[in-house]
Design a protein around this ligand. Structure first.
Ligand SMILES: [Cu+2]
Length: 219
């Protein structure tokens, strides 16, 4: 049986990768950035911040900030969530203060429904409030979590996404986050560390990119 993985980047050229397993897989991955810049001027932006995708594609965020331990999250919080989400601060010059403040916040905010671990690690809170911690290395590249939205989730979080090679001691080696969507709609996302960072994923019906019907191959 022929087997391949097709990876298409909206920011660069399409590239082919050889799959490790023998199963027939057709997976399209759109690459996006959470953050950017460098040690002098880190950028608190998503690029792109408005993403249109379809139900068969994956979106993979990475953190391209150069040369420093500077995290972002990609966090989907439903508007009617009834969750209290503790604020996280990040001190670029003193990483220990990040670790201290995250636990302080948790202790100070007794009403917090969202544990700080659910901010730092890949986490899903379902419609009924149950919390699931995702495998931090569960995506195709093994460098971040993979999550397939059902569309009813209250909270879906990447955990802290670090620039490759710049993960501080004591944190999971997470440098990406990959999601896929079952239901059409608009999904708002934001960064838990930088409130000025936000964006939307608009999920459209399945189509036939490159003239190939994904659903035909999936059966
Ligand atoms: Cu951020």
């Amino acid at each position: 049986m022929i087997s391949f993985i097709f990876i298409f980047s909206i920011l660069g050229q399409p590239e082919f990768q050889s799959p490790a397993n023998a199963q027939f897989i057709l997976s399209i991955v759109y690459n996006a950035d959470a953050g950017g810049g460098n040690a002098t001027i880190p950028l608190n932006v998503y690029h792109p911040d408005e993403i249109t995708t379809n139900q068969s594609a994956n979106i993979k965020w990475q953190n391209p900030t150069l040369g420093i331990q500077y995290p972002h999250t990609v966090t989907f919080i439903r508007a009617d969530n009834n969750l209290t989400i503790p604020k996280i601060s990040f001190n670029l010059s003193n990483h220990s203060s990040l670790i201290d403040s995250k636990f302080q916040n948790a202790q100070n905010d007794k009403a917090a429904a969202v544990d700080v671990n659910a901010e730092i690690l890949p986490t899903v809170i379902s419609a009924n409030g149950s919390i699931t911690y995702l495998d931090p290395y569960g995506n195709l590249g093994g460098d971040g979590a993979q999550y397939n939205f059902t569309g009813t989730e209250k909270y879906v979080n990447s955990g802290f996404i670090w620039p490759e090679g710049h993960v501080p001691k004591g944190f999971a080696n997470i440098t990406s986050f990959t999601v896929q969507f079952e239901k059409q709609g608009v999904y708002h996302f934001q960064c838990l560390i930088h409130p000025e960072m936000s964006g939307n994923v608009t999920v459209t019906p399945p189509n036939a990119p490159m003239g190939i019907s994904i659903s035909d191959f999936g059966k």
